[in-house]
Design a protein. Structure first.
Length: 327
């Protein structure tokens, strides 16, 4: 049995800050608090959580960029504190945004510079850079300054930089943030291709649909602690198995719909959203069929503009867990 790519036990990180002008006081901030997780080789593992939850701090400790206050981190069974040099040969990381690239250099020159930092042999550099530029769809723009790149192209170059030395494990911190839908879709496909090539990936993201599409396992983290962990399908079972019926109606037809919906409000959560000239009515229920039987005639009579029903999504689960409403 192979060693896990990442094994974390009781990991904590405390930052000390000073506040006050005349009477300075030291304040402790627990960014990561007794966190444990395990990522198997070849797996795509997602860390989800709100801003300030401790995701980036966790990734920096796993990537040997930040020392933990307590606990242990092992990467391919190497100690993250004692075996830093060897671990860095096996990992790559890409953070979202414009950090880590030089805008006045071309993509090719950026990669040459980082290849020097990785101490790659010249023959490897000459082969690897064209391969990565082709893989990331940057061929033809490799000699343009990075400051002329779109957000999506910049993120693809970040990923190319992370892959220069062909690492076994890649950390991606919110890689699709600020990217248009087309660019984000292309980047997600590249991430899937990396998994097919045998890479292990730890991904942080705010986008629930992205996590649902990509991740084998997910941990939801808040205030530095893991609130829930499992496959996307397992996490969806943590929230009550309820469906959401959504009816869209024009304001003028709302009274006819209320004759059916108002009696339901004592039994099920009903939410009204005003989107003038329409109103969206969301009914959360474990038994959608009887309600749909009552509403469907209104659709055929053109009282309703639309009617749909959906099951709980990963976003519903995430919100419920963060707000401590999971069953």
């Amino acid at each position: 049995m192979t060693n896990p790519a990442i094994k974390v036990e009781n990991l904590s990180k405390t930052f000390l800050t000073r506040e006050g002008f005349w009477k300075r006081k030291t304040k402790k901030i627990n960014a990561v608090d007794d966190l444990s997780l395990q990522v198997e080789q070849g797996e795509l593992y997602g860390l989800l959580g709100p801003n300030g939850a401790g995701k980036t701090t966790t990734v920096k400790m796993l990537a040997t960029l930040l020392l933990p206050t307590s606990g242990s981190v092992r990467i391919f069974d190497l100690d993250a504190v004692k075996d830093t040099t060897e671990i860095r040969r096996r990992i790559g990381f890409a953070f979202g945004g414009n950090r880590g690239l030089y805008g006045r250099l071309s993509a090719r020159d950026n990669l040459r510079y980082f290849a020097e930092l990785y101490a790659l042999p010249p023959e490897v550099t000459r082969r690897r850079i064209p391969e990565l530029l082709e893989m990331m769809g940057l061929s033809g723009r490799e000699n343009d300054r990075v400051e002329t790149y779109s957000s999506g192209m910049t993120q693809r170059l970040h990923l190319a930089r992370a892959l220069l030395h062909d690492p076994q494990l890649v950390f991606l911190d919110e890689p699709t943030v600020g990217i248009d839908p087309v660019g984000a879709r292309e980047l997600r496909q590249m991430i899937k291709d990396l998994i097919k090539r045998g890479k292990t990936i730890l991904l942080t993201t705010h986008y629930m649909a992205e996590a649902d599409e990509l991740c084998d396992h997910i941990a939801i983290i808040d205030h530095g602690r893991i609130k829930a962990e499992g496959t996307p399908s397992r996490l969806k079972t943590l929230v009550k198995k309820e469906s959401i019926i959504q009816a869209k109606v024009e304001q003028k037809n709302l009274p006819a719909l209320k004759n059916i919906v108002t009696p339901l409000e004592s039994r099920f959560p009903v939410n009204y959203v005003n989107e003038n000239p329409f109103v969206l009515i969301n009914i959360t229920t474990p038994e959608p069929a009887p309600i749909l039987d009552e509403l469907l005639p209104l659709l055929s009579q053109h009282v309703l503009d639309s009617l749909e029903v959906r099951n709980q999504t990963l976003e519903d689960v995430y919100v419920a867990i963060i707000q401590d409403k999971a069953a």
